[in-house]
Design a protein around this ligand. Structure first.
Ligand SMILES: *Cc1c(COP(=O)(O)O)cnc(C)c1O
Length: 382
C-alpha cells in the first residue's frame, strides 16, 4: 500500500482510492477481509504485525482506520462496533469527581450515558444551552472539567457551535475538546484543524452511508496516554469493529465525497422550497442565510451543509406525526446519513424525557432525485 505517497491529494481522492490501495503481493485494488480471531507469531516469537488476538481488531480494521485518520489529519484513529461503544470507551477513561460539559440539545444516547455516569460513577455533567451567549464558558469548571463535548451543528435543532472558540474555552479550563462530527464528515469539516483534540463519528451514518452496519470512530490529535487508555478499554471490552464491517466501511467511504455533495444540494433545495411554506412554521438548516449560525457554519463546513434538516409542522405534534406517516418516498425510520431519505417524528423516538419540540420532523436527505423528495413532502403536507 502506497500510504504517504498521496498525502498532498484531497480527501475525496484519498477516499475514492482507499489511499491508493494496491495489495503488495497480487495487486488487488480492493483490500481483502481478514476475520482471524488469533494470529501466529514469527520465528522470534514476536507478533508479526502488532496483532495477537481478535479483540485487538483485525487487519481490515487497521486499513479502514488508516484511511479515516489520513482524511481527518489525525495522529491515530480507532473504530468501534457502534458510535455508542466508542463514546463509552472514551468516557470510561474518566474518574469519579471528574466533570464533563455538553449541550442540552445533543444526540440523546450520549446524554443518556452522561446521566448514567453521573448517577452510577460520580462523574459530574453540566448541560448548557448552546444558543445562549456565554453558557458554554459558564459550564466549564477550571481544573475539574476534563472534557467539553460538542456537536456542531447540534442534533436535531442544527444550532451551530464555533469549534475554534469552544476549543479555546476548553483549553483555558484545562479540558479537552471532543467534537461529535457525525453529521459533518471530513469532506466538509476537519475538526482537528479547528483545534479539537478528539473527533468522534457515528460511522453508521455518513462515513458508511448505506445503512448496513453500525460503527463508531475516534480520531485523535495526539497519540498520548489517554489514547493508549482508550485502546486498552477497547481491547478489554472487545468493541473493535470486526473485519466484515470494516470492509463495508472502506467501501462506503470511497463514495463519501460524492454522496455528501448530493445530500447537501438536495437538502438545500428542500430547505429553500419549504422556507415560508404556509404549513411549515420553521425550517432549521444551517445552509440557509436566515439561520442564526449560518456564518459560523460557512466557516466550518467547507463543502456543503449536509443532508440534515428539521421542519417544524405548523399544526403541532399531531400534524407532524401525520406528515411522517403520509410520506411515500421518505422512509419513516430513525438514523441518518444514508443514501435513502428518512423522516422521523423525533420526540416519538426520544421518548418522554426529550427536550425536542413536539412538532419537529427530522429529515435525513439522501441522494434521490430532489424533485421526487419535494413532491413527496408536498403531498404529505396537503
Ligand atoms: C447515531 C449517533 C450517535 C450514536 O452512534 P451509533 O452508531 O448509533 O451508536 C452519536 N452521535 C450522533 C450525532 C448520532 O447521530
Amino acid at each position: 500500500m502506497a500510504e504517504g505517497k498521496n498525502d498532498q491529494t484531497s480527501a475525496a481522492t484519498r477516499l475514492a482510492q482507499a489511499l491508493h490501495y494496491v495489495h503488495p503481493v497480487h495487486g488487488a485494488v480492493v483490500p481483502g477481509i481478514e476475520p482471524a480471531s488469533t494470529f501466529a507469531r514469527d520465528g522470534e516469537y514476536a507478533p508479526m504485525d502488532g496483532k495477537l488476538y481478535g479483540r485487538d481488531g483485525s487487519p481490515t480494521t487497521d486499513q479502514a482506520e488508516k484511511i479515516l485518520n489520513s482524511v481527518e489529519g489525525g495522529a491515530g484513529a480507532m473504530l468501534f462496533t457502534s458510535g455508542m461503544s466508542a463514546i463509552v470507551a472514551l468516557f470510561e477513561t474518566l474518574k469519579a469527581g471528574d466533570h464533563i460539559a455538553a449541550p442540552v440539545v445533543m444526540y440523546h444516547g450520549t446524554a443518556t450515558w452522561l446521566n448514567r455516569m453521573a448517577e452510577m460513577r460520580g462523574i459530574e455533567a453540566t448541560f448548557f444551552d448552546s444558543t445562549q451567549e456565554g453558557a458554554l464558558e459558564a459550564a466549564l469548571r477550571p481544573g475539574q472539567t476534563r472534557m467539553l463535548w460538542i456537536e456542531s451543528p447540534t442534533n436535531p435543532n442544527w444550532d451551530v457551535i464555533d469549534i475554534a472558540a469552544a476549543t479555546d474555552a476548553a483549553h483555558a479550563a484545562g479540558a479537552l475538546l471532543i467534537a461529535d462530527c457525525t453529521v459533518t464528515p471530513p469532506v466538509t469539516t476537519k475538526a482537528l484543524s479547528f483545534g479539537a483534540d478528539i473527533v468522534f463519528h457515528s460511522a453508521t451514518k455518513y462515513l458508511n452511508g448505506h445503512s448496513d452496519i453500525t460503527a463508531g470512530a475516534l480520531i485523535t490529535r495526539e497519540a498520548g496516554p489517554l489514547w493508549d487508555d482508550i485502546r486498552a478499554v477497547r481491547v478489554l471490552q472487545g468493541t473493535a469493529l470486526p473485519a466484515f464491517e470494516s470492509w463495508l466501511l472502506i467501501r462506503g467511504m470511497r463514495t463519501l465525497a460524492l454522496r455528501f455533495e448530493r445530500c447537501s444540494s438536495n437538502a438545500m433545495a428542500i430547505a429553500q422550497h419549504f422556507e415560508g411554506h404556509p404549513r411549515i412554521a420553521a425550517v432549521l438548516y444551517p445552509g440557509l442565510d436566515s439561520h442564526p449560525g449560518h456564518a459560523i457554519a460557512s466557516k466550518q463546513m467547507r463543502a456543503g451543509y449536509g443532508g440534515m434538516l428539521s421542519l417544524l409542522a405548523a399544526g403541532g405534534e399531531d400534524h407532524a406525526r401525520r406528515i411522517a406517516t403520509r410520506c411515500k418516498v421518505f422512509l419513516p425510520a430513525t438514523s441518518l446519513g444514508g443514501v435513502e431519505s428518512l423522516i422521523e417524528h423525533r420526540i416519538a423516538v426520544e421518548g418522554p424525557h426529550s427536550v425536542v419540540a413536539p412538532n419537529l420532523l427530522r429529515l435525513s436527505v439522501g441522494i434521490e432525485d430532489v424533485a421526487d423528495l419535494i413532491a413527496d413532502l408536498e403531498q404529505a403536507l396537503a
